[in-house]
Design a protein around this ligand. Structure first.
Ligand SMILES: Nc1ncnc2c1ncn2[C@@H]1O[C@H](COP(=O)(O)OP(=O)(O)O)[C@@H](O)[C@H]1O
Ligand SMILES: O=P(O)(O)OC[C@H]1O[C@](O)(COP(=O)(O)O)[C@@H](O)[C@@H]1O
Ligand SMILES: [Mg+2]
Length: 527
């Protein structure tokens, strides 16, 4: 396959809002997925397949930045309603006083103070903080063949001094979709508490994901600080979750019927695709509605963020399973422990859990192909480990090695491909291999998936959920819609939904983190 055909092949799946996107990270990752492992390859491929005079334009950086700014511009009620600017009011979210504040404002500021703690609409956060000097640097993400540095700014999250909804007119709803994830209750709690601080009285919980908009048999839940006060002390979602559900038009019909004008949507890529479609449908119908997402993905597979809530907890909770596998393996004669961890298409949990434990000899993730059999295969290395160390522990992400499994050819209610069980497969192949070669091996398999997912959030996720939940409400009051919240280089940001879900975020096999994992496990390439 020549380089041009690679680009042609990948381009339909990529949003090409402009030429400059060709050199941006999404394609870099996509190309790597198609066998171009080094950044140098990526740049070479890209450079060959586009006219090089683009970069000889002295203004290309400015154009790139303008394009970036356009893509990351946040949809706002003022885009479609002319009168909302005039109707914006000083924020009712008071940072400094417990008194009712509206009467103390003049032009949005407390009369006696210059500082008010609000975030200016023009505040920005730098999206990329490393200047890679060469495309061959580990994990390099280059936008041109020289790996030039171009500042890429995204919008800072937080309370604004002007708000576009009168709290007494707000009819807020919260919905949690997809699979469970530690921290869902923490986010629900913070959204409710923050809405109440703004002065909102009508807050509804939509039960069981998008399904709850449709099924009249499932009663909605009225939410208040009193109801949510202690919900973060348990895992799961107070509202329930589900996959699949009604079409967008039916959801928006239902929102209209219920007069919902602020919708907070907690979920992963699928949920966010739904949230963006709801936002667009509301615009089409000229509804004054703010739709704001909070990314929930235990797999950590959403783009542009340091991490998503629940991920830290998942890594922490994995430690018990890994340690148990280690103890079992270590205590047996020729013991092999295998642990399967979540990660449909991204191996972040497996990689981080392996790094954290220091007890893993082999970490297998979807992003890095491997052989089980053969001279360089996993099984041959396990034999070596038994002979040299006496035991071994394997951590495998659920999406790894799917090429070894017969495709089940079915999808869940949301359209996600149902994966084969790679953990069971590795266990069975390991047992068979050692039986065949006549070497005793005591193989133990642990799958802690649902025990991990159902846990309550740990302290660091608890903080992340708190900030994200609060910022979601600030974003809605600020008049944004079709946005989501995230943490970017330790700062909190708002991002347009399409930018974070254009494809799943993956572990970069050329990143320092994956290399660190390899250093820690000591595993060779299994190819
Ligand atoms: N492309 C899409 N457009 C609209 N809704 C979607 C889309 N993909 C998934 N959904 C809906 O979003 C919800 C959650 O999706 P799912 O894939 O199960 O979880 P996650 O949000 O964690 O990826 C489901 O109700 C599903 O029907
Ligand atoms: O059993 P379920 O509900 O289909 O969930 C399994 C999936 O849930 C996850 O934990 C997270 O998936 P979502 O982000 O789609 O909720 C995946 O890692 C896993 O494949
Ligand atoms: Mg998903």
């Amino acid at each position: 396959m020549d380089s041009t055909s690679v680009l042609k092949f990948v381009s339909p799946t990529i949003k090409t809002t402009s030429f400059y996107r060709v050199f941006s990270l999404p394609i870099t990752r996509k190309l790597r997925n198609y066998g171009y492992k080094k950044s140098s390859d990526v740049v070479r491929v890209s450079a060959e397949s586009t006219s090089s005079d683009r970069f000889s334009d002295p203004k290309w950086k400015t154009k790139f930045q303008d394009d970036f700014e356009d893509r990351f511009c946040l949809p706002h009620l003022t885009d479609i309603f002319d009168d909302v600017v005039a109707n914006a009011i000083p924020s009712t979210f008071c940072l400094k006083s417990r008194r009712p504040v509206t009467e103390y404002f003049a032009d949005g500021y407390l009369l006696d103070e210059k500082w008010n703690g609000y975030v200016n609409n023009n505040d920005r956060v730098l999206q990329k903080v490393i200047h890679f000097s060469s495309p061959t640097s580990a994990g390099a993400e280059c936008i041109d063949p020289d790996c030039s540095w171009v500042e890429q700014w995204v919008h800072r999250a937080g309370p604004r001094e002007k708000i576009y909804f009168k709290p007494e007119e707000v009819n807020a709803a919260i919905v949690t979709c997809g699979g469970l994830c530690p921290g869902l209750n923490d986010v629900i709690r913070q959204i409710v508490i923050t809405l109440e601080i703004y002065g909102v009285k009508k807050i509804t919980g939509i039960p069981f994901g998008y399904r709850g908009f449709f099924d009249d048999g499932i009663p909605e839940m009225s939410l208040s600080r009193k109801v949510v006060q202690n919900i973060h002390l348990t895992g799961g979602s107070l509202l329930g979750v589900s996959r699949g559900g009604p079409n967008i038009s039916d959801i928006v019909d239902n929102m209209q019927k219920r007069r919902i004008n602020m919708l907070f949507v907690l979920g992963g890529n699928g949920t966010h695709a739904g949230a963006d479609a709801i936002h667009n449908e509301c615009r089409k119908r000229r509804m004054r509605v703010a739709v704001v997402g909070v990314p929930k993905t235990i797999d950590n597979d959403i783009l542009l963020m340091d991490k998503t809530f629940g991920f830290d907890t998942a890594v922490e909770k994995s430690q018990r399973a890994i340690n148990s596998a280690y103890i079992e393996a270590h205590s047996a004669y020729h013991g092999i422990g295998i642990v399967k961890l979540m990660g449909r298409s991204s191996g972040f949990i497996a990689m981080h859990a392996s790094l954290a434990s220091g007890q893993i000899d082999i970490c297998l993730i979807p992003e890095v192909p491997f052989h089980l059999h053969g001279p360089h295969g996993v099984l041959r290395h396990l034999k070596y480990l038994l002979e040299t160390k006496g035991s071994a522990v394997v951590c495998v992400a659920e999406g790894a090695g799917q090429n070894f499994l017969e495709s089940i050819n079915s999808r869940d209610a949301s359209g996600n491909i149902i994966l084969g069980d790679i953990g069971v497969h590795v266990q069975q192949e390991t047992k068979k291999y050692f039986k065949d070669i006549g070497l005793p091996a005591d193989v133990k398999y642990i799958d802690p998936t649902y025990m991990i997912r159902a846990c309550r959030a740990n302290a660091s996720d608890g903080i992340l959920c708190t900030v994200l939940g609060q910022n979601a409400v600030h974003g809605a009051f600020a008049g944004y819609s079709g946005i989501t919240v995230g943490i970017c280089n330790t700062h909190y940001v708002y991002l347009p939904i399409p930018e974070v879900i254009s494809y799943p975020r993956n572990v970069d096999p050329n990143s320092r983190m994956w290399h660190r994992c390899l250093t820690s496990t000591g595993q060779p390439d299994f190819i």
